[in-house]
Design a protein around this ligand. Sequence first.
Ligand SMILES: N[C@@H](CCC(=O)N[C@@H](CS)C(=O)NCC(=O)O)C(=O)O
Length: 219
Amino acid sequence: MSEFIVHAIPGSPFSRSVMAALEEKGASWRLSPVAPGTMRSPEHLARHPFGRVPVLEHDGFSLYETQAILRYLDRTLPTPALSPSNARRLARMDQVMNINDWYLFHGVGNVIVFQRVVGPRLMGLPTDVKAIEAAMPKARTVFSELARLLGEQEFFAGDSLSLADLLVAPGVSFFTMTPEWADLGAPHPNLVAWLKRMESRPSMQATTWERVTELAKAA
Ligand SMILES: N[C@@H](CCC(=O)N[C@@H](CS)C(=O)NCC(=O)O)C(=O)O
């Protein structure tokens, strides 16, 4: 099996999902770091016309959109399987993945995490507290819904790790770096315990912001 190349920037939660999935599969992969400020460069736009990361390259095949990448990896690297065979569990996995993209990221993560972490740390921007306040009602709904769907299960689709856990964990993990986590996470001990389990997995340990920054420097 030829090598997988992940074009990504350190800290990107969507990119971390892809890298963590490759780690779970025991695949041979390498990071091709996208330098800050070059997301709209002709070179990167040729890979991803919307100027985002991650992009996967595999044996001449180039693919963007994290869900598509995760499903491609699960089909080309069948073990361990990261999609349940049971129709309802699979539907739950798909549902949680769409909650990630449509509700956790848009209007919640890309506001709260941006205002608290990415903007101040990487761009020297001040925090817009009003934007955070406006995002909080939707954020509370997202976290309550994730907690309800997880329930007492070990993972979102049941007893086994699935693509849903790998997509959602990097995004949720970012919230622990914000003061809003006390309001969003604390009311849901099952979600907090799930995140702890996820963060202790070798795949997540191998793909922390710090670790991917080291990989980017070495690339
Ligand atoms: N729908 C895309 C979203 C990817 C995405 O938004 N990536 C973020 C980093 S986690 C990004 O590239 N942001 C750059 C920007 O907004 O300019 C996917 O699933 O891959």
